[in-house]
Ligand binder design. Structure first.
Ligand code: ATP
Ligand code: MG
Length: 237
């Protein structure tokens, strides 16, 4: 359960999020839409403590997000970055294992046998088992995105935040990645909050769509009831 209550976030003097409130139930698949600069990434970053809002509160599974609770929250919340953010000169397996660093006290790249077994299972799940010992920079964009997903899943998050996980992927690969995220939602019951630019993917995958315009919520509805007019409105200047 995520409870966001009246948050405000600005950079320098510039207000980016204004009075955002929402409540997301366990197991939901929510897509956030909005034009470039609307505040989608900022909103997602406020959900795992990468940014702390100036006003209002963010509560994850009953824990209020602040500097003290950040580590606890990060164990529960996985993050998939646009372009996946993998380390090219490390193996695919090591990149996945780095998902466990948020739990460790050191940044050492030494991992236990059970962590390795789990990482290999996840690589199998995302369809990359043959690539475990290959350097990550040898992989395609779609394959790297899968590595990023496996890494986020290593800590068994309750919530998965995905910031444009299919940006710069071809339509077939994009669909494969979204199918994978949908499978994680369905089978692992992971709550998904996903920023997208493609309205058609939002309609195909989301149970609920939140439209953001100029840092404010424009609409927040079940996918079936979102109208073309509402979609147009968030992309108007
Ligand atoms: N760290 C930062 N420092 C200063 N300004 C920032 C920072 N992060 C975001 N902003 C500003 O906040 C606004 C919203 O940015 P954000 O990245 O949240 O938009 P977005 O909806 O994700 O856009 P896009 O679709 O292009 O990814 C932009 O004007 C951006 O310049
Ligand atoms: Mg963004």
């Amino acid at each position: 359960m995520i409870n966001i209550s009246h948050i405000y976030k600005s950079f320098k003097e510039k207000s980016v999020l204004e009075d955002i409130s929402m409540s997301i139930k366990d197991g939901e698949f929510v897509v956030v839409l909005g034009s470039s600069g609307a505040g989608k990434s900022t909103l997602l970053r406020c959900m795992n403590g990468l940014y702390i809002p100036e006003k209002g509160s963010v509560e994850i599974s009953g824990i209020e997000l602040n500097r003290k609770s950040m580590r606890e929250i990060r164990k529960r919340v996985g993050f998939i970055f646009q372009g996946s953010c993998v380390v090219g000169n490390l193996s695919v397996l090591t990149n996945v294992l780095m998902g466990s660093l948020s739990k460790k006290n050191s940044m050492s790249l030494r991992f236990t046998k059970s962590e390795k077994e789990k990482a290999l299972e996840l690589l199998d799940m995302v369809g990359l088992s043959e690539y475990a010992y290959i350097r990550t920079d040898k992989l395609s964009g779609g394959q790297r995105q899968r590595v990023g997903i496996a890494r986020a899943l290593l800590q068994e998050p309750e919530i998965l935040l995905a910031d444009e996980p299919v940006a710069s992927l071809d339509p077939v690969t994009a669909k494969e990645i979204l199918d994978l995220i949908e499978k994680i939602n369905r089978e692992m019951k992971t709550t998904i909050i996903c920023n997208l630019h493609q309205v058609e993917y939002a309609r195909a995958y989301a149970q609920r769509i939140i439209g953001i315009r100029n840092g404010k919520i424009d609409f927040d509805e079940n996918t079936e009831s979102v109208t073309t007019r509402q979609i147009q409105h968030i992309y108007e200047n």
